[in-house]
Design a protein around this ligand. Structure first.
Ligand code: AP5
Ligand code: MG
Length: 187
């Protein structure tokens, strides 16, 4: 099973990904985590990505597609996979389709997580205190939400037309959200 998570920053993609990955034994592909690791290790990709991330902007598609393409080289073709924070543009979605096609696979389920903007801001500001992510400042949170609406939200229509979209309410406790996601996958 190939699952794609779509949703604004702070909606709970990472939190729910961990649960789904262990429930269904999936490979977890989080471009945000991959980029933060690259920054930590000071690789050329990390050096190029840092400024975009710190300003809440999307890292250019060519860099992301190359990063994910490399990850797919070691991807066991029969293994299930969960995409967390990728794709984020229509260009990236088309690239993912191409990568999967080479493996004879396709996206099975797209889960759009939805939550109030007020709740999202609260979660990210709480996380800033706990984890100290450089992009969890109030200004960068606003920038990330605007960029989500402008550049990533169009993906929802793209996947709705493919018939694979399930919208899930991301409000409530992590357990409640997880159970809704499981129901949406089963339906
Ligand atoms: P990325 O790391 O993907 O961040 P994001 O999309 O901004 O999302 P977050 O990780 O902030 O939120 P989340 O939805 O995972 O929520 P979480 O579970 O942590 O990307 C970072 C940056 O990298 C981007 O801005 C961009 O620059 C770049 N990038 C990455 N991928 C890219 C791509 N494909 N193309 C271009 N650029 C790319 O939850 C948030 C907090 O809330 C946590 O503290 C959590 O504990 C808490 N929480 C979760 N669920 C609940 C709940 N139900 N109730 C209460 N609290 C909750
Ligand atoms: Mg995340």
């Amino acid at each position: 099973m190939i699952i794609v998570f779509v949703g604004p920053p702070g909606v709970g993609k990472g939190t729910q990904s961990k649960r789904l990955v262990s429930h269904f034994h999936l490979v977890h592909i989080s471009t945000g985590e991959m980029l933060r690791r690259a920054i930590g290790e000071g690789t050329p990709v990390g050096v190029e990505a840092r400024d975009y991330i710190d300003h809440g902007r999307l890292v250019p598609d060519d860099l992301i597609v190359e990063l994910v393409g490399k990850r797919f080289e070691t991807f066991p073709s029969a293994q299930g996979c969960l995409m967390d924070g990728f794709p984020r543009t229509i260009t990236q979605a088309r690239s993912l389709d191409g990568l999967l096609e080479k493996l004879g696979r396709r996206v099975d389920v797209v889960i759009e997580l939805v939550a109030d903007r007020e709740e999202i801001r609260r979660r990210l500001l709480d996380r800033a205190r706990i984890e100290g992510r450089t992009d969890d400042s109030p200004e960068t949170i606003t920038a990330r939400l605007e960029i989500y609406d402008r550049q990533t939200a169009p993906l929802i229509d793209f996947y709705r037309k493919c018939g694979s979209l399930r919208q899930v309410n991301g409000m409530g406790t992590p357990d409640e959200v997880f159970n809704r996601i499981l129901e949406s996958i089963r339906s």
